[in-house]
Design a protein around this ligand. Structure first.
Ligand code: AP5
Ligand code: MG
Ligand code: ZN
Length: 214
């Protein structure tokens, strides 16, 4: 399976990605996670990316594309992959086509998770992430057993710097202007799988699996 997860900020891409990669035993490639990892380590890439992320803007295409290109060449991607949050612009989509063509590969499906704006804001504002293992929670929709403590590893939970109401609204605007055109791009290629993201986490996952295996 060579999959892309497309959808606005807070739609549930990361949440569904964890379950999808487990089921199909493929690597989860999230460009947002790669940037956050670099910010944590204080790398030059992290420093550059942070200045865009904190404002809710996209990191420049050339930076993102070279990272994904190198990642796809790693051995574990031979069995397939799930891209989460990439591509995010038409030029990233075209660059990905080139890379895959050079590798002699084709995409299997592009999963497009759609959710209305009010729900996105509520999901993002209430999100909490584990500092240690990256597990994602929501204070209302999927709370941890003990407040601010990860069920899986006991790590502390934190709120992402870009999960303020103001930055989320900016991210949604950027998504609408720069990322949404990709829906059309992949629809024309016959690859889009539209998924209603307003349901529960479990029923969305079931819908994705049913459509992929239909
Ligand atoms: P990135 O980390 O990719 O953020 P995003 O796309 O804005 O998406 P999110 O991670 O916020 O949301 P999600 O869809 O993963 O939702 P989640 O599953 O966590 O990117 C961050 C930044 O990095 C960008 O702004 C940009 O600056 C930069 N960047 C990254 N990739 C780039 C690229 N390719 N090009 C340029 N720049 C790039 O769920 C959200 C919450 O809702 C959680 O609390 C969860 O528990 C809850 N939830 C999930 N599903 C449900 C459900 N069905 N019902 C109820 N609650 C739910
Ligand atoms: Mg995410
Ligand atoms: Zn944890």
């Amino acid at each position: 399976m060579r999959l892309i997860l497309l959808g606005p900020p807070g739609a549930g891409k990361g949440t569904q990605a964890s379950a999808i990669v487990k089921r199909y035993d493929i690597p989860h490639i999230s460009t947002g996670d790669i940037f956050r990892e670099n910010i944590k380590k204080g790398t030059e890439l992290g420093l550059k990316a942070k200045s865009y992320m904190d404002k809710g803007l996209l990191v420049p295409d050339d930076l993102v594309i070279s990272i994904v290109k190198n990642r796809l060449l790693e051995d574990d991607c031979k069995k397939g992959f799930l891209l989460d949050g990439f591509p995010r612009t038409l030029s990233q989509g075209e660059a990905l086509d080139e890379v895959l063509k050079d590798m002699g590969l084709e995409l299997t499906r592009v999963i497009n998770i759609d959710v209305e704006k009010e729900v996105l804001i509520e999901r993002a504002i209430g999100r909490r992430v584990c500092k240690e293992c990256g597990a994602t929670y929501h204070i209302k929709f999927s709370p941890p057993k003990e407040e601010d403590v990860c069920d899986k590893c006991g790590g502390r939970l934190f709120q992402r710097d870009d999960d303020t109401k103001e930055t989320i609204e900016k991210r949604i605007q950027v998504y609408t202007e720069q990322t949404k055109p990709l829906i059309d791009y992949y629809t024309k290629k016959g690859l889009i799988l539209n998924i209603d993201g307003s349901k529960s986490i479990e029923s969305i996952f079931q819908d994705i699996v049913d459509s992929l295996e239909a």
